[in-house]
Unconditional design. Structure first.
Length: 440
């Protein structure tokens, strides 16, 4: 059997194992081991050990558990409640004000955690009861919470971006800078949609009662200083050090983790239970991420060695799509794989295959990375799998049905495609900030 055919069979084998219920990390490693035997034979063990050692000793990957610890500590502190209260104070009077508050808080909390599921779960637990009390449209509630949770992909310090940069050998600081304008644009469009829909159809998202936001300005400023400024300062310290080239991502992540603990002490929320739960969550999530990284690295390595790279390049050449068509094809593949695979697996499988072709075509790596990140975020919201919907199901009341959720996320998926089109048509939205910031 030729190498190209053998490489092509790796994907059906992978999906078969996943649909049988085998964890993704074991599915990736298992398929890689079986197909790798045909190339490496008896030395496959040492070869895979070398790959595992390379991943586990990567200085860039060391930032992952530290950012996860930072997010886990903040998730278990009272910072989320204070943030939501502050956002209600400033946006509650608007049509759809609680939805706007939820999106704005999601952006801040995503910048403070970098963990997608954590953002959605925390905000959902607070915002859903408040919006249900005001009889918000259930689809708007579901879409708002899911879209807010997805911002953890496109707003730094995104774990997606850290792993992408590590694999592509890109500057994490420059890639963080690259996603800032698209991320800000996406937040603005989400807010415009929610406020515009509530203005046109007041029953879908009425303003909050006056007692929620109608307090003296001095008290409002005091609550804002207590609830928002510490979190913003932490985010600015972490990202500013990376973007300014002052500290490496790992060093900045360690500052963020310590800062998160100090913040919980400042809010008088720190205790041994919070520390124990945060460390347990960090260990669990880090182990899951690293297992998938190891499995994905094995899978993509074997795929390329047995002829997968040649198969892809020959297919692209035969299609004669040109550079623009090739980029669209790659993004479409990422979107399709996002239906059934988590974002880490998609990045680990696709990136080693795409990068040689993109580099040979002279495609700007930051520009493509930002577009791929937006597509991954879109796949996070898109049925049939839609991880965002399953996260929401764990915190949403029974009155919000799957139908509400799927219809609710549809407008936000359209907005994300609009942002993708803007980045594709105007590459400067992704490349300008990296060109003027030092980065690390």
């Amino acid at each position: 059997m030729s190498g190209g055919i053998l490489a092509a069979l790796m994907f059906p084998a992978l999906f078969a194992l996943i649909f049988l219920g085998i964890p993704v990390s074991f599915s990736l490693a298992g398929v890689a081991f079986v197909f790798g035997l045909s190339v490496f034979g008896d030395v496959i063990g040492p070869v895979f050990y070398d790959r595992i050692l390379g991943v586990s000793t990567s200085s860039t990957m060391a930032a992952v558990p530290l950012f996860i610890l930072m997010g886990s500590v903040l998730e278990r502190s009272a910072i989320a409640e204070r943030l939501f209260r502050v956002m209600q104070l400033w946006f509650g009077f608007l049509p759809g004000g609680l939805g706007v508050a939820a999106i704005t808080m999601s952006a801040v909390f995503a910048a403070a955690t970098g963990i997608i599921g954590a953002v959605e779960a925390v905000i959902g637990m607070m915002a859903i009861p408040a919006m249900m009390k005001l009889n918000y449209d259930k689809g708007l509630i579901a879409g708002t919470i899911c879209a807010g949770g997805s911002l953890g992909t496109i707003i730094p310090p995104s774990i997606v971006v850290i792993i992408y940069a590590s694999l592509a050998e890109l500057s994490i600081g420059k890639l963080f800078a690259g996603i800032m304008i698209p991320g800000g644009l996406m937040v603005a469009l989400f807010i415009l949609y929610i406020a515009g829909r509530a203005w046109l159809r007041p029953g879908d998202g009425p303003p909050a009662p006056p007692e929620v936001y109608n307090i003296p300005l001095a008290e409002k400023l005091k609550l804002t200083a207590q609830g928002l400024l510490p979190a913003l300062l932490l985010v600015l310290a972490v990202l500013g050090a990376i973007l300014g080239g002052i500290a490496s991502p790992t060093e900045s992540a360690s500052v963020g983790a310590v800062g998160a603990i100090l913040l919980t002490i400042f809010y008088r929320e720190f205790n041994l239970r919070v520390l124990r739960e945060s460390l347990a969550k960090t260990l669990t999530v880090t182990a899951m991420v690293m297992m998938i990284v190891v499995g994905g690295t094995m899978f993509s390595s074997v795929f390329l060695v047995i002829g997968g790279g040649t198969l892809i390049s020959d297919t692209v050449a035969a299609l004669d799509l040109g550079t623009g068509g090739m980029i669209l094809l790659f993004l479409f593949i990422v979107f399709l794989l996002g239906f059934v695979l988590d974002w880490i697996t998609v990045v680990l499988i696709c990136l080693p295959i795409f990068l040689p072709l993109l580099r040979s075509a002279g495609v700007d790596q930051i520009w493509f990375a930002v577009m791929m990140t937006v597509v991954i975020q879109t796949a996070y919201l898109t049925p049939p799998m839609a991880p965002a919907v399953f996260y929401l199901r764990t915190v949403a009341p029974p009155e919000i049905t799957y139908r509400d959720m799927y219809w609710g996320v549809a407008p936000f998926v359209v907005i994300e495609f609009i942002v993708l089109a803007i980045v594709a048509l105007f590459p400067a939205t992704a490349t300008y900030l990296p060109s003027v910031l030092v980065g690390f």
